[in-house]
Design a protein around this ligand. Structure first.
Ligand SMILES: *Cc1c(COP(=O)(O)O)cnc(C)c1O
Length: 375
């Protein structure tokens, strides 16, 4: 019985060749040949005015929090059903996450609940496109405009996903991508900040480059560079960018492969879904998914936990997902006490299935069979 891992990093094209090339170019720190190539490719393909590569999506979120000028006591509306970085990026600036429940179909923030969560202290809305499926962005952007709020898209899982013809990450004032090895397009650890509001570009470059105006110096706009703002070291190495460029060149092929895997799971589990035993992910008509994830909703948390154990016993590494932040040790201080029925009920029933570029049909078949057998 061979193990089926949950995720496995992969080579899709010229990643290793490009790393060797980066070495011969004699520049392994940031913002060399490959960092620029990646940023240009993302800008062109997704119609984003400015993309800055970062060492992680977490770093991009931290930059976004600073660019939104979130300060002590400022509130940021977000789902509780998300990864810790969505909240911690703003908490580091003194901000307070205000958690809102998710929709039961996409597991994204329920846009109908956002307006009621806005107070005079609200500074921004940080949406999360779960599983690479878009939030209801038209409604969210309209609410934000009416209240003068910034919108940050945590599109860590949403690279190469679309909403009404627009790329995720290109819709809010700022968007954040992840190229962590568990995401669709990878370089080990990596990310990008998408800057859709041109007024934020110059400060973003400064924050990313240790608080200096070095980028302006390189462009010949100032005659020396110096410390001008609070910043950090948010530039990735050329080695990571070289690997990433090899992946981004193959973005269509990677997406097609994941789409085929997604469709096979959906077909294999359809009869169980039709009989009401399990729930399957939904993709609204306005959305094009990058097929980041395939999850199954079990009938109860007990059934989910038993299934996890039984799949583990068969060497199949399925996984639960987020512990809602409002019930986490560091996040419970921000819990409002309001009910979040979808977040609480869905998070304990959700099971993510193995999903990666090199997952074979036979392996998938085994996963589907074992789910059916152990229900
Ligand atoms: C993966 C992920 C992150 C963090 O990405 P890193 O690149 O590992 O920092 C943030 N938010 C969401 C929703 C994620 O899925």
């Amino acid at each position: 019985m061979t193990k089926i891992p949950f995720n496995k990093p992969f080579i899709a094209g010229k990643e290793l060749f490009y790393i060797a090339q980066a070495v011969t170019y004699g520049n392994l720190s940031g913002d060399g040949h490959f960092t620029k190539k990646c940023a240009e490719l993302l800008q062109d393909r997704f119609s984003i005015p400015k993309v800055l590569l970062t060492p992680s999506c977490t770093a991009a979120l931290e930059m976004a929090a600073q660019l939104c000028e979130v300060g002590p006591g400022d509130e940021v509306i977000m789902p509780s059903y998300t990864f810790v970085s969505t909240a911690s990026a703003f908490v580091r600036m003194g901000g307070r996450p205000v958690f809102v429940d998710i929709r039961s179909d996409t597991l994204n923030i329920d846009e109908q609940l956002i307006e009621a969560a806005i107070t005079p202290r609200t500074k921004a809305i940080c949406v999360v496109h779960y599983a690479g499926v878009s939030c209801e962005m038209d409604t969210i952007m309209e609410i934000a405009a009416r209240h003068g709020l910034k919108v940050v898209e945590d599109a860590a899982q949403g690279v190469n996903s679309w909403y009404k013809g627009r790329a995720l990450g290109s819709i809010g004032h700022l968007g954040c991508y992840s190229f962590h090895e568990t995401k669709n397009y990878i370089c080990g650890e990596g990310g990008a900040l998408c800057i859709n509001d041109p007024a934020l570009v110059q400060r973003a470059e400064i924050i990313r480059d240790k608080g200096t105006n070095r980028q302006r110096f390189f462009r010949g706009e100032v005659d020396k560079y110096t410390w001008v703002d609070v910043g950090s070291s948010y530039v990735p190495s050329e080695i990571c960018s070289a690997f990433l460029y090899g992946q981004l060149e193959e973005i269509d092929r990677i997406s097609e492969r994941r789409g085929a895997i997604y469709s096979r799971y959906a077909a294999g589990l359809q009869s169980l879904a039709e009989s009401g035993v399990i729930g399957l992910p939904q993709i609204p008509a306005d959305c094009v998914s990058n097929y980041h994830m395939f999850y199954v909703l079990m009938g109860s948390s007990a059934i989910r936990d038993t299934m996890l154990e039984r799949l583990r016993a068969q060497q199949i590494h399925a996984f639960f997902h987020y512990v809602p932040l409002h019930s986490s040790p560091a996040g419970s201080q921000y819990a409002s006490g309001d009910e979040m029925p979808n977040t609480d009920q869905i998070s304990v029933r959700l099971l993510r299935l193995p999903m990666f570029f090199d997952l074979s049909k036979a392996e998938q078949q085994r996963v589907v069979e074992q789910i059916a057998e152990n229900l």
